[in-house]
Write a protein that binds this ligand. Structure first.
Ligand SMILES: Nc1ncnc2c1ncn2[C@@H]1O[C@H](COP(=O)(O)OP(=O)(O)OP(=O)(O)O)[C@@H](O)[C@H]1O
Length: 230
């Protein structure tokens, strides 16, 4: 699948009228099989942009186009498209439900796809073992709650969750921020494998060197977010 952002304008509602727009007519595209790396100074808006791309935050103007289907402000987003997208947010602590063990967190997308109203890790033992291996997570950690693991372990669990449905669009915000260089390189390799299977992959990171090892295209947010003339 392809992912495109076209003419995106946005400001945070609570940011006040004088603070200027965060994005003004910003466009970028990610082709199937492509990894686009997004660099940005802190506060430039990369997390906000990724949430817009992931259809979690509606833009003020412009559209997100996924495999030719256009989503503007207020467009309904169907379950089918959500299931084809994997999203890793910057803060795993904020994203993870603290009441669920890691195994339940990771298998939740599989359970929901199969019609269950709550995660059932016991039904997905084989998938969980494979996902844990992909992200180099000790299987013993699948029984722990988020507060019982490190930030890096939790971030890898959230990545496993994002990969569970083998998404065609993968959006990752600082997926390796908490990791050592060796694990960072393995995780980047995993994202490259996903792209090699045809997924469009958008990764934002302050670690430009690690990103450059896998990205086909590197973009700097401050350069692509030039305000529209007039
Ligand atoms: N809910 C909000 N209300 C008002 N302003 C916000 C809100 N959330 C973020 N901002 C502001 O929007 C700007 C972009 O925030 P964002 O989190 O997207 O930046 P970032 O590039 O991801 O930063 P970092 O690299 O430090 O994580 C920042 O100036 C931030 O203060």
């Amino acid at each position: 699948m392809s992912l495109e952002l076209r003419g995106i304008s946005f400001n945070h509602p609570s940011a006040g009228p004088d603070s200027g727009r965060l994005f003004d007519g910003l466009s970028l595209s990610v082709a199937p099989g492509e990894i686009v790396g997004l660099g940005a100074p802190s506060g430039a808006g990369k997390s906000t942009l990724l949430r817009i791309a992931a259809l979690m935050t509606p833009a003020d103007a412009g559209s997100v186009i996924i495999q030719g289907q256009e989503y503007g402000p207020g467009s309904p987003v169907g379950r089918h498209i959500r299931r084809s997208m994997g999203v890793v947010l910057q803060s795993p602590r904020a994203a993870a439900d603290p009441r669920l063990r890691l195994g339940a967190l990771i298998c939740a997308p599989l359970s929901f796809r199969d019609g269950s109203l709550r995660p059932r890790p016991q039904r997905y033992e084989r998938e969980l073992a494979e996902l844990a291996e992909w992200v180099q997570l000790d299987p013993a950690l699948l029984w722990r709650y988020p507060h019982q693991v490190s930030d890096g372990q939790l971030q890898r669990a959230m990545l496993a969750r994002a990969l569970a449905l083998e998404p065609d669009v993968l959006i990752c915000d600082e997926p390796t921020a908490q990791l050592d260089p060796g694990t960072t390189s393995s995780i980047m390799g995993l994202l490259a494998d996903r792209a090699a299977s045809g997924a469009a992959v958008l990764i934002a990171s302050h670690d430009g060197a690690a990103l450059a090892t896998v990205a086909h295209t590197m973009l700097e947010l401050t350069q692509i977010n030039q305000p529209n003339p007039g």
